[in-house]
Design a protein around this ligand. Structure first.
Ligand SMILES: [Ca+2]
Length: 331
């Protein structure tokens, strides 16, 4: 069964198998296993790969984001980023990097929380999640945050947690005494930090400030930036605010309901208060931000501050994670 897919992200739950719009090929588990070996390595010398920061107190590992006006949207002709508008964002704290598997494991260990991927009902495919394999998406039974590529795979403690749904990310944030950032907060922070995804380096060579896809998506990833899939949190150079991976690596959940324009009608908001999800209006769709390791220049190119995509609230994937925010006085 083919399902509607849009660029960069999974938007709907196919049954019984997830397919990718651009290839439709079935996922080879053997090939997935081969892709699991993605050792960190330095390519352009710009990355420190110093590991993740600690968060021993409520503001540990967080960066203060000064308040101010932010110009929302307006990116590169993408209709979902229009019309541009100005928002005012109060200062807030934001995680320096994406929540890692080690951090999520601490949450699970303390609370016994079971993620939605681990308890998906049969009518939604059963326990599992969406995995991007060789060149296509598929729903892999048994894929979850501990097994990002499916049964037999294991996660890396320093990598961002993936296969978490909106409820999972919200539960973690609540446990940590935080919240998920809004779309406006996220875009404000990303713009203040500078557009660091790809820039010109010495001799005109590309300099990668974020984990994206090099080569022709979805068939050939040259991994010129050093990473075929996720990279350890904090591995790429921090932006001007001290944030890592605010662009690239994994898309990140926000708390903002998604509409296909920045200016939805009152009727649309009333009909879909949790974002436009015609299949399940009550469940809704949230905006995800930042782009991921799957964003390539030829296809998605959403590794920009204004980039936004919808994501079904109860579906995690292998390229969506999150970070938390804290609404508290500044330093
Ligand atoms: Ca990459």
């Amino acid at each position: 069964m083919r399902v509607p897919w849009s660029e960069c992200r999974v938007v709907a739950r196919p049954a019984p198998l997830r397919m990718n719009a651009c290839s439709g090929g079935l996922l080879s588990l053997a090939l997935v296993a081969a892709l699991a070996s993605c050792a960190p390595r330095s390519v352009d010398g710009s990355r420190v790969c110093a590991g993740v920061t600690q968060w021993a107190n409520e503001r540990g590992g967080m960066v203060w984001i000064p308040g101010g006006d932010v110009e929302m949207g307006g990116g590169a002709g993408h209709p979902e980023e229009t019309p541009a508008y100005t928002a005012n964002v109060e200062g807030f704290w934001l995680d320096r990097h994406e929540v890692t598997n080690a951090q999520f494991a601490a949450f699970v260990g303390a609370t016994g929380y079971v993620t939605e991927a681990e308890r998906q009902p049969a009518e939604k495919g059963g326990p599992g999640s969406a995995v991007f394999g060789a060149s296509a998406w598929s729903y892999v039974s048994g894929a979850d945050w501990r097994h990002p590529l499916g049964p037999g795979s294991s996660n890396e403690p320093t990598h961002p947690v993936v296969h978490v749904t909106y409820a999972d990310a919200s539960a973690y944030a609540d446990w940590a005494g935080r919240v998920l950032p809004t779309e406006e907060q996220y875009e404000h922070a990303a713009r203040l930090g500078g557009d660091v995804a790809v820039s010109a380096g010495e001799g005109g060579a590309a300099r990668y400030g974020a984990n994206t896809w090099q080569g022709v998506f979805p068939f050939r990833n040259t991994s010129e930036d050093g990473f075929l899939r996720t990279a350890p949190a904090g591995c790429f150079e921090a932006d001007a605010l001290g944030l890592h991976d605010i662009l690239g690596n994994v898309w990140e959940w926000t708390s903002t309901p998604y509409y296909p324009t920045h200016q939805p009608s009152a009727a649309m908001r009333a009909q879909f208060p949790n974002g436009v999800n015609e299949a399940d209006p009550a469940l809704g769709v949230r905006a995800i931000k930042g782009g991921s390791f799957l964003c390539a220049p030829n296809f998605c190119a959403r590794y920009t501050p204004s980039a936004r995509q919808p994501q079904e609230a109860d579906l995690g994937t292998s390229h969506i994670g999150f970070r938390t925010a804290l609404i508290a006085p500044g330093p």
